[in-house]
Design a binder for this molecule. Structure first.
Ligand code: ZN
Length: 236
């Protein structure tokens, strides 16, 4: 009865506040959330998880040692994946990240990827950007993956800090050049000897990923793997 009442309330709310698919803008049917069923089937999946030597893995190979690297979708300019990422990052829709993480996590679990990882860690956002946006889109994706894979997702282990070198007797330009963003493992004991899945929203060159993987391995992780919402070799 309680469930029935909730359902009536949901139908009532939907009547006045129709929900739309973030990928195609059509109305969502009952039971659908964030992305409609047709889009979910149509979006360009990479199937990288069943192809260990995929384009993303090959791009990072030789730069950092990885257990595996995978991405849910291929990013194409003006495509639906770009629209979804835009809504996720700039229009205050963190639920898109969580939904995609949950769906992809199911796929990964069916292929036993839960047995290959111990913890999920998102690529951290610049502190100022997180304050402005209110959330880290990679963390939202990680949360969804965490629900399906039943592995914890931590956003307080890998952090982004701004490091400033000694600046006395330097010109203004030199000072500006000496301020750089670096990654830091705040709680190395929590990842020591763990198999970590590092998650990001979209990977292009992999420079950020490379820096994060190096920090995690230096901190004592047993292995690092990569999962992103999208991969592109087109350039962002
Ligand atoms: Zn749709």
């Amino acid at each position: 009865m309680k469930f029935f009442a909730t359902e009536i309330l949901t139908d009532f709310i939907t009547l006045f506040y129709p929900r739309y698919c973030f990928a195609c803008n059509h109305g969502l049917a009952k039971g659908e959330e964030t992305v409609c069923t047709a889009c979910m089937l149509e979006l360009p999946r990479t199937d990288y998880h069943v192809n260990p030597e995929n384009a993303l893995f090959m791009r990072l190979q030789g730069r950092v040692p990885l257990q595996f690297a995978t991405a849910f979708f291929l990013f194409r300019k003006r495509g639906k994946v770009q629209r979804l990422l835009h809504q996720l990052k700039y229009n205050n829709h963190p639920e898109i990240g969580e939904t995609l993480g949950r769906v992809y996590g199911e796929d990964l679990r069916q292929h036993h990827f839960d047995e290959r990882i111990d913890a999920i860690i998102p690529v951290p956002l610049h502190a100022s950007r997180k304050r402005r946006r209110g959330y880290n889109q990679s963390m939202e994706f990680g949360k969804g993956l965490s629900q399906s894979l039943e592995r914890p997702c931590h956003d307080d282990i890998l952090v982004r800090i701004t490091k400033t070198e000694t600046q006395t007797r330097k010109t203004k330009l030199m000072r500006w050049q000496n301020v750089k963003e670096v990654f830091h493992v705040a709680k190395p004991e929590e990842v020591y000897q763990k198999n970590v899945l590092l998650v990001d929203d979209v990977i292009t060159t992999g420079a950020t990923i490379e820096a994060c993987v190096n920090m995690l391995l230096t901190a004592g992780c047993r292995s690092v793997s990569i999962a992103s919402i999208a991969y592109t070799d087109e350039g962002k």
